[in-house]
Design a protein around this ligand. Structure first.
Ligand SMILES: *Cc1c(COP(=O)(O)O)cnc(C)c1O
Length: 345
């Protein structure tokens, strides 16, 4: 893969904005360089544009070198930046599995990029050659999501490796739910695949959706491109501080994970007893996709009981499916009780 051939011409030639905090790094006693207000510490100062402290902690926990980490305003920022870096509007295209997370498609539309869907098979899995068959000389990115949303399953590892070897463009693997899975992250293979980008997030296992922090892991060259085109201060101070706290307290996350995975097993067992549940999709995520007799009716009933699940009935291959997030023991119990009531009407 040649990164310079993949990048858009304007991005290749871009001179990045140089902010005051880029020009002077280090400690000083008097800061008169950024037109900040000297009062209202610590909020008067611009935050670290490259979030070094946070990345160092992330690097320790994830065992990924700092120079291979990009931090964004949610994974959504990284998704958008990848389009802006590699895809020329009205000229390039991307290929993605279907069904999957909706943001890949939305960001394609925003950036005026053709989005090519390749349907998953009956096990919600894929074959690398089918994705390759859908590419052409203008395909810059292939989007994978594993464990996948809304299906919950992990994609076939062998096929992911094949795709990374065969495709000369960027392969993104969205691992938003990897911590709920027994499977390993693909991040161990960063050196092997210079065309791979892995996305993770603080929004799910880490319980910090509100702070908007997403991670992208990739080759140093790709990370440099993302850093060049992002907004200078894309991660605010409150977010950086809260993320540091969460990473310091990672035992809490591990406890949540073991509790939630236990609850997931219980929830699946109870859902199996519900008469109108026709299929429970295998899941490696903190949600479960279930096929029911009439998804619209079940959804409406639950809303009336104050319980909100996701009706995925209009999504490809998901007719009459609802997606249920694993909640607390009490929340899951309430859900099951209401579903049993619905079965009686
Ligand atoms: C929830 C989710 C994310 C998280 O996005 P953020 O912008 O980091 O909150 C990313 N990818 C998938 C597939 C998701 O389901």
């Amino acid at each position: 893969m040649n990164l310079n051939e993949l990048l858009r011409e304007n991005i290749k030639n871009l001179q990045a904005y140089s902010c005051a905090r880029d020009e002077f790094k280090g400690e000083a006693s008097v800061y008169l360089d950024a037109n900040e207000n000297p009062f209202n510490s610590p909020f008067n100062r611009y935050p670290d544009p490259l979030q070094w402290k946070l990345k160092e902690k992330m690097s320790d926990i994830k065992n990924i070198p700092v120079e291979n980490i990009f931090l964004g305003n949610g994974s959504d920022e990284a998704i958008d930046l990848l389009y802006r870096a590699f895809c020329e509007p009205r000229q390039d295209n991307v290929v993605a599995i279907e069904p999957t997370y909706g943001m890949y498609k939305v960001c394609a539309s925003v950036n005026d990029i053709e989005y090519r869907k390749v349907m998953l098979d009956e096990n919600f899995d894929f074959e690398a050659y089918k994705l390759i068959d859908s590419t052409n000389a203008h395909t810059k990115i292939i989007w994978l999501c594993s464990p996948n949303n809304p299906t919950g399953n992990s994609l076939n590892r062998k096929e992911i490796h094949k795709l990374l070897k065969w495709f000369r463009g960027i392969v993104v693997i969205d691992e938003a739910y990897i911590d709920f899975s027994a499977g390993e992250s693909m991040s161990d293979c960063l050196l092997l695949y210079p065309n791979m980008v892995i996305l993770q997030t603080m929004s799910k296992a880490w319980g910090n959706a509100a702070i908007r922090l997403g991670m992208a892991y990739a080759s140093k060259d790709i990370i440099q491109v993302l850093n060049k085109i992002k907004y200078p201060y894309n991660i605010n101070l409150l977010t950086q501080n809260q993320a540091l706290k969460a990473l310091d307290n990672h035992e809490q996350t591990e406890k949540w994970l073991s509790d939630l995975n236990e609850e997931r097993t219980l929830l699946i067992k109870e859902l199996g007893k519900i008469t109108f549940v026709n299929h429970i999709c295998p899941t490696d995520a903190n949600f479960v996709l279930v096929k029911v007799d009439d998804a619209n009716a079940v959804y409406k009933f639950l809303v009336n009981q104050g319980i909100i699940v996701r009706n995925r009935s209009n999504v490809s291959l998901c007719l009459n499916c609802i997606r249920i997030t694993v909640g607390t023991k009490e929340e899951n119990k309430t859900l099951i009780e209401e579903l049993k009531k619905y079965a009686l009407i």
